[in-house]
Write a protein that binds this ligand. Structure first.
Ligand SMILES: NC(=O)c1ccc[n+]([C@@H]2O[C@H](COP(=O)([O-])OP(=O)(O)OC[C@H]3O[C@@H](n4cnc5c(N)ncnc54)[C@H](O)[C@@H]3O)[C@@H](O)[C@H]2O)c1
Length: 322
């Protein structure tokens, strides 16, 4: 097994979907060779163009110095049928196939049969590492690294270990994430939703209530969040904010508010109704907003540009405070 994250020069990313493409880009930007593997040749065919186009925007925002074409040349697409050959030459593997437990477990076992001691990182959004690694001969080399969409832009990743994940697997993975410019956050106990999905879940639950009760419109809610807690959270975390507000004030407000907050155990009726009408968001042309006449690529491109402006500032801010 690799002893040091600096020895990792070849990574296999299994699943060239929404997340896999961004993850492959991130490794390639850091100088690592990537094999991007998928069962569908059409996914592989479009992936390199997508990554090169992402990198051109990075270049526009002065987030990379290297030529996008040179970065892309480090990524080789490969069909899943070549998986066996590829894996023997890789130092680390990232699994990012759809969130179906049995499929993920099968992939993990396949990897184990081909390469006995490679570290396997799963980008699962909801499963725990202990359940993913169940039945494996060496569960010590399985770890969860939860990326955020878009994976090539959002700096943080949550690292979560299973009951049997070895300290070496954890250490190497954490160092690898630092090496590729991510901000790794360690989830110190196995629990559903890790850290960030629990927090966004709590926010979504209250948002559902406020919309269903007609307290605010979706447009006003977005404007309010972006100009208040959203504005502050990118540079001051909730704990720093609580120190700024005063912990005594926080206790008084929490005592009053917690009793009246929404405690639904199901998603909001309005959200469910929209889904039943096929209003799925950007991908179906309508969600909370109407995207009719705009391609998904155009909408995502414009959202990504806003995030990249923010990434540029975020990097500057973090450099200054070092
Ligand atoms: N989409 C998100 O916002 C997001 C965020 C964080 C984590 N995740 C997690 O990332 C993982 C992938 O999600 P996604 O949104 O990228 O899915 P996706 O459907 O966009 O992509 C999955 C890709 O895996 C490929 N695939 C399926 N079976 C395969 C196999 N056996 N071998 C190789 N490739 C295979 C599919 O063809 C597809 O291209 C899931 O576990 C999900 O929970 C997703």
């Amino acid at each position: 097994m690799i002893k040091d994250s600096n020895q990792i020069n070849n990574i296999a990313v299994i699943g060239a979907g929404t997340m896999g493409i961004g993850i492959a880009q991130n490794f390639a930007q850091a100088g690592i060779s990537v094999k991007l593997v998928d069962v569908l040749s059409e996914k592989l065919a479009s992936s390199l163009d997508q990554i090169e186009s992402n990198l051109r925007v990075f270049q526009e925002f002065h987030l990379i110095q290297e030529d996008p074409h040179d970065i892309v040349s480090r990524i080789s697409p490969a069909l899943f049928s070549e998986f066996g050959k590829i894996l023997g030459k890789c130092d680390y593997v990232v699994e990012t196939i759809p969130e179906i437990l049995e499929e993920k477990k099968t992939i993990l076992k396949n990897i184990e049969q081909i390469n006995e001691d490679i570290i396997i990182s799963s980008n699962t959004g909801s499963f725990q590492v202990t359940e993913l690694a169940q039945g494996m001969k060496n569960p010590g080399r399985v770890i969860g690294v939860h990326y955020f969409n878009p994976a090539h832009i959002i700096p943080a990743v949550e690292i979560h270990a299973g009951e049997k994940t070895s300290p070496e697997t954890l250490e190497i993975t954490r160092n690898l994430m630092v090496r590729v410019g991510k901000i790794p956050v360690l989830v110190r106990k196995e629990l559903p939703g890790f850290i960030i999905n629990r927090l966004t879940g709590a926010l979504e639950r209250e948002i559902g209530f406020l919309l269903d009760e007609g307290v605010v419109t979706p447009e006003d809610l977005d404007a309010a969040i972006k100009a208040s807690i959203g504005f502050r959270l990118a540079c001051l975390g909730p704990m720093e904010t609580e120190d700024m507000i005063g912990l005594d004030t926080s206790v008084r407000v929490s005592r009053r508010l917690f009793k009246v907050l929404n405690n639904a155990t199901e998603p909001s009726p309005e959200l469910v109704s929209r889904v039943n009408q096929g209003m799925l968001g950007v991908k179906s042309g309508k969600g909370w907003y109407d995207y009719t006449g705009k391609s998904m690529a155009t909408v995502l491109d414009s959202q990504n540009k806003k995030l990249l402006r923010q990434l540029y500032l975020f990097n500057m801010l973090n450099k200054k405070s070092e």
